[in-house]
Design a protein. Structure first.
Length: 126
């Protein structure tokens, strides 16, 4: 169904605009009407593109949030190898102590994972 809305519906609208132009014999009114219909088809296609770009940005943000939560819990990023001396794959309940002066504490207004607080964003639509 989504393939129809994303691809075939805009193409059908554009084809209808071309049919209007041809059916009116290329008259001025027919060309203007056909161009308006073609513009509507292009708008439907562009709205689909913009929506997909927005959804992709949400996915990237969710992946970044998950990576930050992993870092906060384990002390290293998910794509890095665990530091020597740490149990690989073992989950620590407390984040590791950091001597880094640039280390920031968690945001005071955000709930920590597993605290039972409200979700930061509503779930993605299928």
């Amino acid at each position: 169904m989504m393939r129809f809305v994303r691809l075939w519906l805009p193409l059908a609208i554009i084809a209808a605009g071309l049919i209007v132009i041809v059916a009116t014999g290329g008259s001025e009114t027919g060309v203007e009407g056909g161009a308006a219909i073609i513009g509507a088809g292009a708008s439907v296609w562009l709205l689909n593109v913009i929506f997909r770009v927005g959804v992709q940005g949400e996915r990237e943000r969710d992946a970044e949030d998950e990576a930050r939560d992993f870092y906060g819990k384990h002390g290293y990023w998910p794509d890095e190898t665990p530091p020597p001396g740490s149990a690989a794959g073992a989950a620590d309940d407390a984040p590791p102590e950091s001597s880094d002066p640039h280390h920031q504490s968690p945001h005071p207004h955000r709930s920590s994972p597993g605290s039972g607080g409200a979700a930061r964003r509503p779930p993605r639509r299928p």
